[in-house]
Write a protein that binds this ligand. Structure first.
Ligand code: B3K
Ligand code: ZN
Length: 863
């Protein structure tokens, strides 16, 4: 495949003033009639080029007359019309086969309904069109289908006409807002609807309609509540109101991603919209809340103001993730949310940024845009927006976003345009800051401090390692939030005004700051990168005494948690290199952990996070060689030792935080359940039979999925007595709930004792389905991404199985195959034996005929 480069961007030669679509749906095909009012906007002699992938062209007319076949050419991807006038009406008729579409891009079928996914380039699989985000047009769409099988016919905007004839019916929808084709959607099916309403701040009434298959109608309350909360939040936090009369969300079972923000008609993976206490975990409830918010927020950050080209993807994604993170922080516990987000970033985006797939938040080139919906675009992009918020302060940031939305409403713009608004309102020069968008890799920041003669000197050094295609890096503007604690844990004043927290701006490779201390200060412990003020790797010479001091006294939630993580990390690494012994390490850690437990009453969720060990995968990632077997063994040894050392405390947690009252997915209760699970997992690590008995009982008595699945996971992962029976019971109980059965597959695929043969058995299970992305993710995604110890087994069996699964999946769904293949990105950091085995498996795979998507990822990894 050919690479597309940012520097080659050119404005379109033709615009589309209006588009009328007529989509006729049948059991074995669909007919799409499109009428485009075209207008030249580029060179007078430029031909008109329209995208179209795999379309069967049945008719082509210009201004009402057949256009001679000598004047156009279709090569299977682009339709070129020569000698067209400056304005004309193009009418095409194409034939599609949605029921054969397993890529889930364009128009396809899912459980008997029709639906669409157009971002990024799916619209060209529906009709001929300039399928690029900088062509905005007004859409009128008519959907036609059998009236009995497909009673519900939806598209973007408002319904303006409908009719019925001979067993078929039709509805015409009009979207008054000009939009790029990637935001188009249609749905036809036998769907049930939960309806509510929302009145905007300015008094407009909006109908809210959530559609799902009839058996799922009882799982929509949480999504509806989350939607209303999101609508209110965007009015309050950003002054943005919803703009149409109807907001619709449709739940579909077959979906490549989480959800899609189509104008007025979001389409959601069932996993991100359905929620019920009996079938959904706390994490599931929180995910629904955040994805509902994310897609809703896109209505402004993405739809009203959209991207000029796909290199600007983070313009909408980074900003919208930042917005949904802030929303979730406001709805739950801000400190806990921040820690979870940072943990995710460091566990998944950092490795991406250090591996063969590393790319800037605004990439320079790509082959397949689907491969660039990455953690870097989304999560690192959100960190960049957060840094702008930090540097400008809340007020200027809000003025900047107001300016951005006002100035660019209805336009397709760039990340530069966004930053320019922030620079304009604040009067700041953000030229250096913009390197965050163009430079890949995770910056490493090294800090050292010196206390001398009543002054504290902080020396900071920054460096970004080379990434593919970017050997030399320039210094970034890195905001470092800082506080200094004295020996008693009090915050020291840092300047004449007495501020106890400062924002340092690191701009040079090396910089120093000095602080005059009040008389008598004998000890200073820096609290750095407070709130994780920049997405960097921070290294320091912090002693364990200093870390314990921070864990006990710091008032920054992130810094306390990070101090705990560093303490655990140091202990586990001493076990890896055999300089420590598990029982002694546990004894060393015990007092600090007991102190956390003693304060758990204030915030159980925070306590659960402070007590959790970093994952073995994350630790192995932080070492030069990814030796997961050794690190996992050390990790598990420490967990078991802590299980013994604090056994009494853990049992007390199980008593004190046992579930009481009706399940509610609210922050306090979620925290209590998390703490209970954390304590249970330490006890399970000791493999004592008593905890097995308790888990068997908890599994049987649970009235909610969080407790039930939590118990099942410990039983299965620690192979406690009763695990097999619980697995069988679970499958029987939940056989008719696909999202719960995904969890059943996932628990097994992520078990550390799992083998390639075991995974193969799951893939051959009658309930497994290659065509359902959620099910594929629950086995292959869990195995490759959440079960490093089994995936990287030294005999290479995991790799061989994975490679052959990728090959099979690629034939059905290239996007999914390419995404899963990213798990092999650690290739270059594996121990020699694993590296050899994985390379061989991938080399053999890449010799097969593969999709462009999978080929791009494998080629990068093998380079
Ligand atoms: N914008 C969509 C992602 C579409 C992915 C296409 N391959 C979901 C989101 O970020 O909200
Ligand atoms: Zn998004």
């Amino acid at each position: 495949a050919r690479a597309i480069h940012l520097q080659d961007y050119r404005a379109p030669d033709f615009r589309v003033e209006r588009v009328a679509l007529d989509v006729d749906l049948y059991e074995d095909h669909a007919i799409v009639r499109a009428t485009l009012a075209m207008q030249r906007s580029g060179a007078a002699d430029a031909p008109c080029r329209l995208d179209g992938v795999g379309l069967t062209l049945e008719q082509l007319q210009l201004d009402g007359a057949d256009w001679p076949s000598t004047h156009y050419h279709y090569d299977g991807e682009v339709l070129t019309l020569e000698g067209v006038p400056d304005r004309f009406v193009l009418a095409t008729v194409v034939r599609l086969a949605p029921q054969l579409n397993t890529e889930l891009e364009g128009l396809y079928r899912s459980n008997g309904m029709f639906c669409t996914q157009c971002e990024a380039e799916g619209f060209r699989r529906i009709t001929f069109y300039p399928d690029r985000p900088d062509v905005l047009s007004r859409f009128v769409t008519t959907v036609r289908a059998d009236a009995v099988r497909y009673p519900v016919l939806l598209s973007n905007g408002n319904p303006i006409a409908q009719g019925e004839e001979g067993g078929r019916h039709w509805v015409t929808w009009e979207d008054p807002f000009p939009k790029p084709s990637y935001l188009f959607a249609l749905v036809a099916g036998d769907l049930s609807c939960q309806e509510d309403r929302y009145v905007t701040g300015s008094g407009r009434e909006v109908a809210l309609r959530l559609y799902a298959e009839p058996q799922d109608l009882d799982k929509l309350d949480h999504a509806m509540a989350s939607l209303k909360a999101s609508m209110l939040w965007d009015e309050q936090a950003y002054g943005r109101e919803y703009d149409l009369d109807i907001y619709m969300i449709v739940a579909v079972s077959h979906f490549n991603m989480g959800a899609m923000e189509n104008k007025g008609l979001n389409i959601f993976n069932t996993s991100c919209v359905l929620a019920h206490p009996k079938t959904t975990t706390d994490a599931g409830f929180q995910r629904v809340e955040s994805v509902i918010a994310h897609e809703y927020f896109h209505n402004w950050s993405g739809n009203r103001v959209t991207c000029r080209d796909w290199f600007q993807l983070s313009l909408k994604e980074g900003f919208t993730v930042f917005r949904d993170q802030c929303f979730s922080a406001d709805m739950n516990s801000a400190a806990v949310k921040r820690i979870e987000d940072v943990d995710m970033l460091r566990a998944h985006q950092f490795p991406e940024d250090q591996g063969p797939m590393a790319h800037p938040v605004r990439p320079q080139s790509y082959q397949k845009i689907d491969n660039f919906y990455t953690l870097t675009i989304y999560e690192k992009g959100a960190e960049i927006v957060r840094m702008l918020h930090t540097l400008l302060g809340a007020d200027d940031f809000r003025r900047g976003s107001d300016l951005y939305f006002e100035r660019f409403d209805g336009q397709a713009v760039t990340t530069d345009d966004f930053v320019a608004c922030m620079a304009e309102v604040s009067g700041r020069d953000l030229a250096q800051f913009k390197r965050w968008y163009s430079q890949a890799g995770t910056p490493q920041v090294t800090v050292s401090g010196e206390l001398e003669g009543g002054r504290y000197r902080l020396s900071v050094h920054q460096q970004t390692p080379p990434t593919p295609g970017q050997p030399d890096k320039q210094p970034l503007l890195i905001p470092l939030r800082l506080a200094l604690l004295d020996g008693a844990g009090h915050h020291l004043p840092l300047n004449a005004q007495g501020d106890t927290e400062l924002l340092l701006e690191l701009t040079e490779p090396q910089q120093q700051w000095e602080f005059a201390l009040p008389p008598g200060v004998e000890r200073v412990v820096p609290s750095l990168l407070r709130g994780f003020s920049a997405p960097v790797m921070l290294a320091g010479e912090d002693s364990e005494a200093a870390l314990r001091h921070l864990l006990t006294h710091d008032d920054d939630g992130f810094c306390r948690w990070d101090a705990a993580q560093r303490l655990y990390r140091a202990a586990i690494l001493r076990l890896v290199d055999a300089t420590g012994r598990a029982a002694e390490e546990a004894a060393q850690l015990a007092p600090a952990m007991k102190a956390v437990l003693a304060g758990a009453g204030e915030d159980a969720a925070a306590a659960a996070l402070l007590l959790a060990l970093p994952s073995a995968t994350q630790l192995a990632d932080s070492l030069p060689e990814f030796d997961i077997a050794a690190v996992q063994q050390a990790h598990d040894a420490l967990a078991a030792a802590l299980g013994h050392a604090l056994a009494t405390d853990w049992w007390q947690v199980l008593e004190r935080w046992a579930p009481v009252g009706e399940y509610q997915p609210v922050a306090a209760d979620i925290g209590a359940r998390a703490l209970y699970q954390q304590a249970a997992s330490y006890l399970a690590a000791t493999a004592q039979p008593e905890i097995g008995d308790v888990m068997v009982r908890r599994f049987a008595e649970a009235d909610n999925m969080t407790d039930q699945l939590g118990a099942l996971r410990l039983l299965v992962h620690e192979r406690l007595q009763g695990a097999d029976a619980a697995l069988a019971d679970f499958a029987r109980q939940w056989q008719h709930e696909p999202l719960v059965m995904d969890q059943w597959f996932g628990v097994q695929a992520s078990a550390p004792w799992q083998t390639a043969a075991g995974i193969e058995a799951l893939l051959e299970d009658a309930r497994f389905d290659w065509a359902t992305p959620n099910r594929v993710r629950s086995v292959l995604g869990q195995f490759s991404n959440a079960n490093a110890v089994a995936f990287h087994r030294a005999d290479g069996s995991g790799y061989r199985l994975f490679a052959s699964a990728l090959q099979r999946l690629d034939q059905l769904n290239p996007q999914m195959a390419a995404r899963l293949a990213g798990a092999c990105g650690r290739l270059g950091r594996l121990p020699a034996v694993q590296q050899h085995a994985l390379r061989e498996a991938l080399q053999q795979l890449v010799r097969q005929p593969l999709s462009g998507n999978l080929d791009e990822v494998l080629t990068r990894i093998l380079a």
